[in-house]
Design a binder for this molecule. Structure first.
Ligand SMILES: Cc1cc2nc3c(=O)[nH]c(=O)nc-3n(C[C@H](O)[C@H](O)[C@H](O)COP(=O)(O)OP(=O)(O)OC[C@H]3O[C@@H](n4cnc5c(N)ncnc54)[C@H](O)[C@@H]3O)c2cc1C
Length: 407
């Protein structure tokens, strides 16, 4: 690819091998960001021998949202295209050893249970019908069936439910690091420390990335830098309006008499989720992506506010009676990179040839990362993908005011 071509051309025109130009840092593709998305994309590209790939990460692998993710793996989406992306991810997380072969995903198949209020019954029905048409084991369930699946729940205010027995949760840091290890084993150069400070262009074509440690020349650049993606694009007049929202996670140690692990519960009535961790902990998080302060310094570690944790704890213990005496452990916060329609923007950036993005995951990007990595690698190598129609997710939709509906 470009790397070999540039090297051959330099030698052809008589450059001495010791000429400093040969010291230039040249790659075919630079991926910016070592979260689950950058790591997945780098691995998918390497698997298809896409040339010399360099992944740069300014802090540490999974130091952004990926390392704090609740990493719930479910296939319940209103948009059929996203359901297809999650199906790809679910398969990979569940069979990591055979598909990726390096590291692990930490996937635990505990099931995913949705609790609907009355006014979401119709929404629930249509999602499940579509999931079933796509071959997913998803069921619309009555209150009695909810109680059979999880008898410890109190559900007087719940109208009905949805059940995905094959879903569960994985681990964000493990997945990002495993993708990186797998990418490295296929020749990807992973550089920890350099920060991308700008993109270089000639005649509206990408020519490389300016980093805190020097220039990397490349004809293809993929920016998957979480909420920081926007700033890198803004210099080139490309509008990606993402806000960093700090999200609180409360952690409780369930009471000893609770018994076995519970499924992941998406409580659409109380607008919270409850996700088991290890054998006796539960992570409690807000359902709504904008529940939390916009915070440009979100990378600075902060504990959640006490009232945020108490509110989550109250909702959890109302759902699971008896858990008001569960112990509250140290919580944490992480960033949601929220786009205006809470859906990601990914694919080719039309304004600059050779530039691709994947960002704006708005708090639900973990489960999408295997699929989006595959899609971006298809777009880079083939110019198209057969997984889904990517046009609704184009970055240009924000400037065109053509936002996505549903999620
Ligand atoms: C508390 C919490 C709970 C969540 N729960 C779930 C869930 O249950 N299920 C789900 O699907 N999703 C969930 N998410 C969302 C999911 O974790 C994210 O969408 C996903 O991890 C985003 O991955 P990413 O690679 O795009 O971004 P990140 O993980 O943020 O990675 C971006 C990386 O880019 C690096 N970077 C930034 N700027 C530069 C630069 N200029 N140069 C070099 N490197 C740079 C950063 O250091 C960072 O490591 C949750 C998120 C949080 C915070």
């Amino acid at each position: 690819m470009a790397y070999e071509y540039i090297k051959a051309s330099i030698l052809d025109i008589g450059f001495k091998p010791w000429s400093c130009d040969l010291m230039a840092d040249i790659a075919d593709i630079v991926v910016v960001g070592g979260g689950v998305h950058g790591a997945s994309t780098a691995w998918h590209l390497a698997k298809r021998n896409a040339g010399k790939i360099v992944l740069i990460e300014k802090d540490a692998i999974a130091s952004g949202a990926s390392g704090w993710s609740s990493a719930i793996v479910r296939m319940h989406y209103q948009l059929e295209s996203l359901v297809k992306v999650t199906m790809y991810g679910r398969e990979m997380y569940g069979d990591w050893e055979n598909i990726v072969g390096v590291g692990e995903s930490g996937f635990r198949k505990v099931g995913f249970l949705v609790l609907f209020p009355e006014d979401e019954i119709e929404h629930g029905h249509s999602v499940i019908k579509m999931q079933q048409r796509l071959g997913i084991d998803a069921r619309y369930i009555s209150r009695d069936e909810i109680s059979q699946i999880e008898p410890r729940l109190s559900i007087e205010d719940v109208a009905a439910g949805a059940w995905e027995p094959n879903s569960g949760y994985a681990d964000g840091s493990t997945v990002a690091n495993s993708f990186v290890a797998a990418a490295r084993s296929l020749g990807v150069e992973v550089r920890i420390g350099p920060e991308a400070v700008g993109l270089t262009t000639v005649d509206e074509k990408i020519t490389g990335v300016e980093t805190s440690e020097g220039m990397i020349h490349a004809g293809t650049v993929i920016v998957e830098a979480g909420f920081r993606t926007s700033a890198l694009l803004a210099h080139h007049g490309v509008d990606l309006p993402i806000v960093p929202v700090r999200h609180a996670i409360a952690v409780v140690k369930r009471t000893q008499d609770f018994g076995d692990i519970h499924p992941v519960v998406s409580d659409r009535v109380a607008r919270a989720y409850y996700r088991p961790e290890a054998e006796n902990l539960t992570l409690l998080g807000e359902h709504d992506p904008l529940r939390g302060p916009v915070d440009e310094e979100v990378e600075v570690t902060k504990l959640p506010q006490m009232d945020e944790q108490v509110s989550l704890m109250e909702r959890f213990s109302r759902r699971f009676p008896g858990q008001d005496s569960a112990s509250m452990m140290r919580g944490y916060t992480g960033v949601y990179d929220c786009s205006p329609d809470f859906q990601p923007a990914f694919g080719k950036v039309q304004a600059l040839d050779g530039l691709f993005v994947g960002a704006g995951f708005s708090g639900h990007g973990f489960k999408l990362s295997p699929g989006i990595g595959k899609i971006i690698s298809d777009l880079v190598i083939d110019g198209s993908t057969d997984m889904i129609d990517v046009s609704p997710f184009r970055i240009e939709r924000f400037a065109e005011d053509d936002l996505l509906l549903g999620g």
